[in-house]
Design a protein around this ligand. Structure first.
Ligand code: AMP
Ligand code: ZN
Length: 134
């Protein structure tokens, strides 16, 4: 897609620190890392978000996330790793080309990927089950 920065990076038109590349994806270092080694999985074809992804590419992205998480944990010696994927502005998405964040975690690193737990009420539970459950 024209004027999509991640399309340009994924396809090599704009240089980026590349950790991995295959015919479908490029994995790059995030320029604004949450922690040491924060990387992004970028598909080479444009999809704005998960809703626009083909099932086939979505499945490949998850397999690659697992592979990268394993390699990064071994080589960076991190103590854990978050896989984060934002869809839509309210969810924190700022670049509208699907990407998965791989965020290595280190003991006491202070990286805040948390929320304050609420309480699932009976009423809300029933409402959601009625709407969503297939
Ligand atoms: P999100 O908020 O999920 O859309 O994530 C966008 C991410 O892309 C942020 O973590 C940014 O730091 C990162 N980012 C934006 N532009 C670039 C770029 N040119 N190269 C590498 N990372 C980028
Ligand atoms: Zn794009």
């Amino acid at each position: 897609m024209e004027n999509c920065i991640f399309c340009k990076i994924a396809n090599g038109e704009i240089p980026a620190a590349t950790l991995y590349e295959d015919e479908d994806f490029r994995v790059i270092l995030d320029l604004g890392p949450a922690s040491k080694g924060h990387a992004l999985i970028l598909p080479k074809t444009h999809a704005a978000n998960i809703y626009e992804m083909s099932d086939e590419l979505a499945a490949k992205a998850m397999v690659l996330a697992k592979k990268m998480a394993t390699v990064m944990t071994e080589t960076l010696k991190c103590d854990g790793l978050n896989i984060v994927q934002n869809n839509g502005e309210p969810a924190g998405q700022t670049v509208f080309h699907f990407h998965m964040h791989l965020i290595p975690r280190y003991k006491n690193d202070g990286v805040g990927i948390t929320w304050t737990p609420g309480k699932l009420t009976e009423e809300e539970k029933e409402e959601i089950l009625a709407k969503v459950k297939a």
